[in-house]
Design a protein around this ligand. Structure first.
Ligand code: ADP
Ligand code: MG
Length: 725
């Protein structure tokens, strides 16, 4: 056990001594100590092997099996030195979580009795997890259970630690026997290839003859809630669904803005500290932590990296948040809307395109040439988002986000882009081509005189936009807090690849590059400026204005998901080899079914809580009040009679309304189950009948919570929960 491990029995230590085991550790030493990263590979691999692997990682070249064999051996040695006995192909199936099946390095040659430790190149490269129970949307019939995991060497292997020790985790892609993607990782990797190819075409047009590939960068800011574990356990809705299905708004929530960036409570701070250290160990660049707007809400932001690694890191982050919260006697809620009436959680997906040397292509340049090139990328994004707004919206849709998008704090369900005043002015000039006649002042060959010179350091002043340009990157703020960022980035990469492809097609044919460029950009701005909006995205006004502009406003997942199977979407995804039509249809089906399942689980939970907890509790309370009334009558003390009778009337009348609505919900759930054959019809029914029936049930339960004595109420209230830590 190395010095970075918590002391033996560390869990207890950590809780009682508030992370003492981390006090004398230097973050520079601890960072990446559990990652088979570039430095480790350079140190442990023979030079030729290292170079070959490095080439594959950087340039996407094919990896020879001999190379894999050497890497596998080094990886195993390294893992075993840290105390690992098992490895796992770590993958991201379509259920949105990560999956692992552990195999030990153990081998006992036949006839022998001595164990040897083995890990072959073949085992590193390919796994057959027989993971037939993951959702595949019909991509894989269960009798053809074979699914393969394939090593993704662009995301480094790492050691995952729990109380039982360390396991070597090898990030992998997960495909069917026929090569269809069964996971979130494969399409993401394909989409990075797609955008890279188109970006390189644009770079060539601007005189860059060297760049062979570019990469996409992502920084995923993660919001979450922490509540006391004991309280959590007393709420079946939190346990089963991750959100509260009942609960009145407490007298005070976020009105005073006193939680946002406020002092961290000791318990939260201890949790955050351990989380940081555990993340650093596995190479996650946890950088910023703070309290968020709602009480009990917090945020963690990492330093950005390639989108592939950022996706893995975000999955690890979510997993560790839950695990470490548990160690500290808390539960971490990643749901988009754990509590009605107060802010929900999102994941701000910061996105940019980078050259491999780190040059950010969304950085407005210092020279006119760089600026012209920047404007191409900027305009491509604007075109891409406007042309595929529904698809972008769909990429951020899930059942939880339906309660968030369009509510007071979250971005609205309407996709628009915030650019800031300065860039908006620049685009105005681009549209008019007002500098068309000016002579080009510089000496650079590819500068376009008609395009304005500028340098922006325009900071983002608009927090209400779902898609904001923030200086040198776009921030997509709609992404659900619980979801993998793979999906939204896959869509984003692909639609931008398509826009760039169209621009490159035209520019490559142009006789006069400068005029063509100026015309193309001007046309893009003209056609797509409707999507640019710098005003208040939360206002009612914007909803009307957006409708006038013809921007889609889709307020639920069921309608939104259809965008995945629009003919236009299928064409783009197929053209860029990101998803086949079959893969898209499978995803559509899986998403719809997940929507149905989530709401079905929620309604069953609701029914159970009503029937087993809330209704009996209200009856007990009503009974007690009735007893009091009886007693008062008997003793002739008419003093509080009226109050008691009023309370009893209120409780019984709302109780009967609750009961009626419980029956209605029951019926709706039953009816929904009869529609199982047709997932589209079922999803629509769930949205229109089950979800609305749930809202009615909640309404009366919440009224009763206000009417019934605290001692009688069977579950912790919002006040108990959000002030529990
Ligand atoms: P905020 O959104 O709170 O203003 P920052 O602008 O500092 O915060 O950054 C938010 C996130 O954006 C961080 O995770 C950061 O690493 C990430 N980020 C910064 N630059 C880039 C980039 N070029 N590509 C992707 N993500 C980036
Ligand atoms: Mg942000």
């Amino acid at each position: 056990m190395d010095k970075f491990e918590p002391k033996p029995g560390g869990r207890v230590d950590i809780m009682s001594e508030t992370c003492d085991c981390y006090h004398d550790l230097d973050l520079r030493e601890i960072f990446g100590c559990h990652v088979f990263n570039d430095s480790v590979m350079r140190e442990r691999l023979p030079r030729e092997t290292y170079k070959a692997l490095h080439r594959t990682i950087q340039e996407g070249t094919h990896l020879e099996t001999e190379v894999a064999a050497v890497v596998a051996h080094a990886m195993k040695e390294w893992a075993m030195e840290h105390g690992a006995t098992h490895y796992t192909h770590w993958f991201q199936p379509l259920n949105g979580f990560t999956a692992e099946k552990h195999d030990s390095f153990l081998n006992v040659p036949f006839g022998g009795d001595k164990a040897i430790a083995e890990f072959s190149g073949k085992e590193l490269i390919k796994g057959e997890p027989d993971a037939s129970s993951f959702p595949s949307g019909g991509l894989r019939a269960t009798f053809e259970a074979r699914g393969y995991t394939a090593w993704d060497c662009t995301s480094p292997a790492f050691l995952k630690q729990d109380s039982s020790g360390l396991t070597l985790c090898i990030p992998t892609a997960f495909c069917s026997y026929n090569g269809e993607a069964l996971d979130k990782k494969t399409p993401l990797l394909r989409s990075v290839e797609a955008i890279s190819k188109q970006v390189v075409r644009i770079l060539r047009l601007f005189g860059d003859t060297e760049t062979k590939r570019v990469t996409v960068t992502c920084g995923a800011e993660q919001e979450y809630f922490l509540v006391d574990k004991e309280m959590f356990k007393k709420r079946p809705d939190l346990v089963f669904t991750g959100r509260t299905l009942f609960g009145c708004k407490p007298p005070k929530t976020q009105e005073m803005d006193d939680h946002y960036f406020g002092t961290l409570k000791e318990r939260v701070s201890a949790f955050m500290k351990e989380l940081d250290y555990e993340l650093w160990k596995v190479g996650v660049t946890a950088k910023t932590k703070h309290n968020e707007v709602a009480p009990a809400q917090h945020e963690l932001a990492p330093i950005f990296c390639t989108v592939n690694i950022a996706t893995d890191h975000n999955q690890i982050t979510m997993e560790l948040m839950k695990k470490i919260a548990d160690r500290h006697g808390m539960a971490c809620l990643l749901h988009e809307k754990p509590f009605a009436g107060i802010n929900g959680s999102g994941k701000h997906n910061n996105w940019s395109i980078n050259k491999l040397d780190g040059a950010n292509l969304l950085n407005p340049g210092k020279t006119p040439r760089e600026n012209a090139q920047f404007l191409v990328f900027l305009c491509a994004v604007i075109k891409a988002i406007d042309e595929n707004a529904e698809l972008i919206r769909a990429s951020a849709a899930n059942a939880g986000n339906d309660y968030r998008l369009g509510a007071q704090e979250a971005p609205p369900a309407i996709i628009s882009i915030f650019l800031g005043e300065e860039l908006a002015e620049v685009l105005d000039e681009v549209e008019k081509g007002i500098r068309r006649d000016m002579n080009f002042r510089g000496k650079l060959d590819f500068g376009v005189p008609t395009l304005p010179e500028f340098q922006t350091d325009s900071t983002d002043r608009n927090r209400t936009s779902p898609f904001a340009f923030t200086g040198n990157k776009f921030e997509f703020r709609m992404v659900p807090s619980s979801a993998s960022v793979a999906g939204p980035n896959t869509v984003l990469n692909t639609v931008v690849a398509e826009a760039l492809c169209q621009i490159a097609d035209e520019l490559e044919q142009a006789k006069d590059f400068k005029t063509a460029l100026s015309d193309i950009l001007s046309k893009i701005v003209k056609e797509h400026k409707r999507i640019i909006f710098d005003g208040n995205g939360y206002g009612e006004e914007w909803v009307k204005e957006a409708a006038r502009r013809g921007l889609p406003n889709i307020n639920n997942s069921v309608d939104s998901y259809r965008a995945f199977i629009y003919e236009k979407s299928i064409r783009i995804f197929e053209k860029h080899h990101v998803y086949s039509s079959t893969e898209l249809n499978a995803r559509y089906e899986i998403k719809m079914e997940k929507y149905i399942k989530i709401n079905t689980i929620e309604s069953h939970t609701m029914l159970e809580m009503c029937q087993k907890q809330i209704i009996p509790a209200c009856m007990r309370y009503a009974d007690a009040v009735a007893q009091t009334i009886l007693h008062l009558k008997e003793t002739g003390l008419a003093l509080d009679m009226q109050t008691n009778e009023e309370v009893l009337r209120c409780v019984t009348s709302n109780l009967s309304k609750l009961n009626r609505n419980v029956k209605k919900l029951e019926k709706a759930v039953e009816k929904s189950e009869t529609l199982e054959e047709d997932f589209v019809a079922q999803a629509k029914f769930v949205r229109d009948s089950v979800v609305t029936a749930m809202q009615e049930v909640r309404k009366y339960a919440d009224i009763l919570e206000m009417s019934v004595g605290k001692d009688y109420w069977p579950i912790p209230t919002y006040s108990d929960l959000i002030y529990s830590v």
